[in-house]
Ligand binder design. Structure first.
Ligand SMILES: [Zn+2]
Length: 40
């Protein structure tokens, strides 16, 4: 499985999928990421 660094957060991600960390794909916010992390 090939991973490329996300241009936003630099996390490795599949090249043709939205980044699971920051939710961006090709420079656009495509999925919502929960910013509030209450769970420890
Ligand atoms: Zn990212």
């Amino acid at each position: 499985m090939t991973l490329v660094p996300c241009p936003q957060c630099k996390s490795p991600k599949p090249p043709h999928q939205a980044c699971p960390h920051c939710g961006t794909f090709r420079g656009r916010q495509v999925i919502r990421i929960k910013t509030k992390r209450t769970a420890a």
